[in-house]
Design a protein around this ligand. Structure first.
Ligand code: S3P
Length: 174
């Protein structure tokens, strides 16, 4: 069986919620890249961006990602920007099942505002245009995941069930 599941997708696509639900279903541990970065830095993501800049954040993200990808029986939720580097998803290796949670830019912006969690990349005058542009840039990277499912309508439990089925299917056909 796969050793881990990695969820990728845009901000607000539900990676954390779905990841928690899936980890519970599977009886696996859950690792959220952003939470780990915040714990290590002792700062919130917006504070890290403000004080140290995006590049510093990306370096921490790379390090946290590398470590998380060693975990077994684990569900991982990356940040929205983690897959956006050449080879990130292509080089995961055979033990990791990757899933792209798809969301529309409209819904992503709506959720980001409702959740009130700071997303420095969307803290601009026109977040919707920003989200559209970023998503267009990132889709080719997210698209390298083994599977893609639409998270715009469905809730975390339903999505977690779907991902478990997709994972088993892929494993049985491999
Ligand atoms: C980012 C997404 C955020 C967080 C940071 C940068 C991005 O994570 O890592 O604000 O580049 O898309 P979520 O996708 O969990 O919101």
């Amino acid at each position: 069986m796969f050793h881990r599941v990695l969820l990728v997708g845009f901000m607000g696509s539900g990676k954390t919620r779905v990841g928690r639900a899936l980890a519970q279903r599977l009886g696996w541990s859950f690792h959220d890249f952003d939470e780990e970065i915040e714990a290590r830095a002792g700062l919130s993501i917006p504070e890290i961006f403000r004080r140290h800049g995006e590049e510093f954040f990306r370096r921490m993200e790379e390090e946290v990602g590398k470590e998380a990808l060693q975990a077994r029986r684990a569900v991982l939720a990356s940040g929205g920007g983690w897959p956006v580097a050449p080879g990130r998803l292509e080089e995961l290796g055979p033990d990791t099942f990757s899933v792209w949670l798809k969301v529309t830019p409209e819904e992503a912006v709506r959720r980001a505002a409702a959740e009130g969690v700071g997303r420095p990349l969307l803290a601009v005058d026109d977040p919707l245009s920003r989200a559209r542009a970023l998503l267009a840039e990132r889709e080719p990277f997210y698209g390298k995941a083994h599977a893609a499912i639409d998270s715009t309508e469905a809730g975390p439990e339903e999505l977690a069930r779907e991902i478990e089925d997709l994972m088993n299917e892929r494993w049985n056909n491999s």
